[in-house]
Design a protein. Structure first.
Length: 433
């Protein structure tokens, strides 16, 4: 059988998409091998959120070419959608796709094997209005199942390349969501994580008659599901209907990832974010009041063009007031083609690095403070991986828990949280849940 190796850079959506492409190859009789091994075909699903993502994508393409210089290398994803010419210039690349038509990946690599030259199938993503529905052929080798229900984004934040890489909002139909969720639960998954590029916009392209809350209800109908978790969600999209579900259904994980991006109103406006810090703060207060033990994680960008030291300081002050469970801190990354990249008031790299360090110190302290609130309590943990006798997993509110007790990965246990450990908490297992 021909051998194919696939790898993913970037977000959970990319990871899900790679798994669907892997299923297409399996269905066609290909042997899936680790990416480090010699293969006949390599598929690289790229990321372009930051310049670092671009660079890593190029490095991995070249690594595949060195492993087997006679292999057919196919590149897809956000980077190839936005900069196909850069991808085609890399030695060894034979197939270039963007963020659509991945359902034809097997057909394209086989065509490239028969013909000379580079097969360029990158189309105009702004004219893609239908969700590319590729059912899972095989179950992913993980303990939590990601289920992509939406693609595309129309927010056009001034720093972000993703709307140009993914195109307009495209939603998966409810019946397809339900059937995929059934397959995942039947395969033994206890937790499903709904993912999308702009998850809160789910349904807007379907005439506004269905919403993210409807998609959640469809998954919650599946008998045997223990947990439902949401991927990243814009704070202003936490509708009363969705909030009621989170509050009332105990299977809904008490964890929301709500990207703040900046703690200064002036910077938020320059970013083209559609809220201010007062609105964001009021929402967090409501969530904490009505969902006991909830974890709110967030993203913060520092060093946005024009950000003054005073604005950064106000951002730090605002974050200090928030009870974030986890913060992902990013120095601003200039993305060609976005309004922010054209600004003349770019912040020096040394300043961005220093601000990122200061914000990251605050992030570490915030996480520790959140974890301390749960020491001595007993919580349910879905265990995921075992390394040298220590197994780790997640509570429903996204606390990483470690133990040396004997457990089975993929199962949920009740665990007493004892002390801070690494990036989470050390626990003692009390029973299988």
């Amino acid at each position: 059988m021909p051998k194919v190796a696939l790898t993913t850079l970037g977000c959970k959506v990319n990871q899900f998409e790679t798994e669907t492409m892997e299923g297409l190859f399996k269905k066609s009789g290909y042997d899936i091998v680790p990416f480090e091994e010699k293969a006949d075909f390599y598929v690289i699903n790229t990321c372009s959120v930051t310049s670092l993502g671009d660079r890593k994508s190029r490095q991995i393409i070249r690594r595949a070419q060195r492993t087997n210089d006679k292999a057919i290398i196919a590149v897809c994803g956000c980077y190839s959608q936005v900069h196909p010419e850069e991808i085609k210039a890399i030695e060894g690349v034979r197939v270039v796709l963007g963020t659509k038509e991945r359902s034809k990946i097997v057909e394209y690599v086989e065509q490239a094997a028969r013909e000379d030259g580079i097969l360029d199938e990158v189309g105009n993503i702004m004219e893609a209005y239908e969700f590319e529905d590729i059912p899972l052929y095989d179950m992913p080798q993980r303990t939590r199942a990601f289920l992509k229900i939406e693609d595309g984004c129309q927010n056009f934040c001034s720093y972000c390349i993703i709307p140009y890489a993914r195109g307009p909002v495209k939603s998966r139909h409810l019946d397809k969501i339900h059937s995929e969720a059934q397959k995942l639960v039947a395969a033994g998954f206890k937790e499903i994580v709904l993912t999308g590029i702009h998850l809160g916009a789910y349904g807007k392209d379907l005439g506004g008659e269905v919403t993210l809350a409807d998609a959640c209800r469809e998954v919650l109908k599946v008998e045997g599901l223990k947990r439902l978790r949401l991927g990243s969600l814009e704070s202003i999209e936490l509708s009363p209907d969705l909030f009621a579900l989170i509050r009332e259904d105990e299977r809904f994980c008490a964890h929301l990832h709500l990207p703040l991006q900046a703690g200064s109103d002036e910077v938020l406006k320059a970013m083209n974010r559609h809220y201010d810090t007062a609105e964001f703060g009021r929402l967090i207060e409501q969530v904490e009041r009505e969902v006991p033990g909830v974890a709110v994680s967030t993203d913060i960008i520092v060093g946005f063009p024009g950000e003054t030291e005073e604005q950064f300081a106000r951002g730090v002050e605002f974050v200090e007031k928030m009870n974030f469970s986890r913060m992902h801190v990013f120095p601003y990354s200039k993305r060609s083609g976005t309004p922010a990249a054209a600004r003349k008031d770019q912040i020096p790299e040394t300043v961005k690095k220093e601000r990122a360090h200061r914000m990251q110190e605050l992030a570490t302290r915030k996480t520790e403070e959140f974890h301390k609130n749960f020491l001595g309590k007993t919580m349910r943990v879905l265990f995921e991986t075992n390394t040298e006798g220590i197994t780790d997993g997640l509570t429903d509110n996204y606390i990483r828990v470690y133990t040396d007790d004997e457990v089975v990965c993929g199962e949920i246990y009740t665990v007493e949280l004892l002390k801070l450990y690494k990036d989470g908490v050390w626990g003692k297992v009390t029973s299988l849940w």
